[in-house]
Ligand binder design. Sequence first.
Ligand code: GLN
Length: 186
Amino acid sequence: MKIGVLALQGAFLEHEQMLEKAGASSFEIRQKADLQDMDGLILPGGESTVMNKLLRELDIFNALNNLIENGLPVFGTCAGLLLLAKAVNNRGSACFASMPITARRNAYGRQLGSFFTEERFGTIENIPMTFIRAPYIENADSRVEILSVVNDNIVAARYKNQLVTSFHPELNDDIRVHEYFLNMIK
Ligand code: GLN
């Protein structure tokens, strides 16, 4: 199984390491020429506004947008969640907008910008969750499966081929969320 990891900026290296531990190979997407056949795509954490801009400047946006629309399994963490959300802070998202959720950007404010907790992810207990200036999901279409809730806020969800987490599962050494994503591909 071969996963493309968007590597324009942010926490992409950690995803590659998690994929390796989970037994999948990966390659980095830094420019258009890096695009090749892939079984899945990871959109990492970082700055969603910067990634959105670079995706267009580097002319990668359309290719990835088509793949996602055509059902390529995609996993967005943190900024990656914002790239997939249909709306951000009640405004239309400027990026893929393929997941019928409304996300709140930097939802925890500056004081609580970063924190750690352990919660359930779907049927999996005690997943370590590191939040860094994270968004959460304010609203989800009824077809969206809610996987994790922390402090009454939705922080992980799945819709068809798309998985999103507000937190960074790649920053702790628990590979079960990545395994869940790889199982979506099988
Ligand atoms: N705050 C960032 C954004 O709005 C996301 C933070 C992250 O990915 N760790 O894009």
